[in-house]
Design a protein around this ligand. Sequence first.
Ligand code: C5P
Length: 257
Amino acid sequence: MTTGTPGVVAPGVAAPVVAAPVFVAPVFVAIDTPDAARAARLAAAVAPHVAGIKLGLEFFVANGPDAVRRVAQGVPLFLDLKLHDIPNTVAGAVRSALAVGARYLTLHASGGPAMLRAAADAARAAPRPPKLLAVTVLTSLAEDDLARIGQIGPARAQVERLALMARAAGCDGAVCSPHETAALRAACGAGFDLVVPGIRPAGSNGGDDQKRVMAPDQAIAAGASYLVIGRPITGAPDPAAAARAIAESLAPGRATP
Ligand code: C5P
């Protein structure tokens, strides 16, 4: 199971006839389940259409690193552990996570500069370091939730502050809501990866816990490097078809400028 370079049109491999080019969407599919067999089925179904899969705490806590490696075999992995602890502990967790072979690894920017720097140093010491992504403000939090946890001021300002702090501490990118993507792209420049959850394709079922959502093409146009999409794909009757439809909606010439 292999994927092409995300966001580019790649020729079909070893096709007996002239195959239609395959567009690999700049999307990591969030596979949030404790069920290893279901995760493996979903990974296999979506892998031809997307940049990779994201496995997070629900899967990792239930099944451990060996199962993560098995499910992500041959598929680029975004390991979403959202690490947040004292610098020494987070650096150790980053070193432990290296064995899993993730392309991306997350940690909470609100852990502060020393924690972020310790994590970046631990990652850089590896032969094939994962890119570290700082989680800014969870997309499930609305402004009134932020006020309740004592954060004064708009989410947008907090996101920008955290992302710039993470960049200065050596992180490779940030996770942000689609609605903060354009401002963050302007603030952080082109070399900083912006990975964006809270994506809902037009017509997909609302009524879940994501509050600050956007359609895939709009988020890419706003400056996202990658999108993270879970339930609109994993909860669809045919996850492969849902992933393919999203890839087609993002294919060159199809996306909204
Ligand atoms: O199913 P859905 O598309 O809402 O999945 C979004 C994924 O992105 C989940 O795995 C969630 O943990 C993750 N995420 C998020 N908001 C953040 C960071 C990560 O929704 N700020």
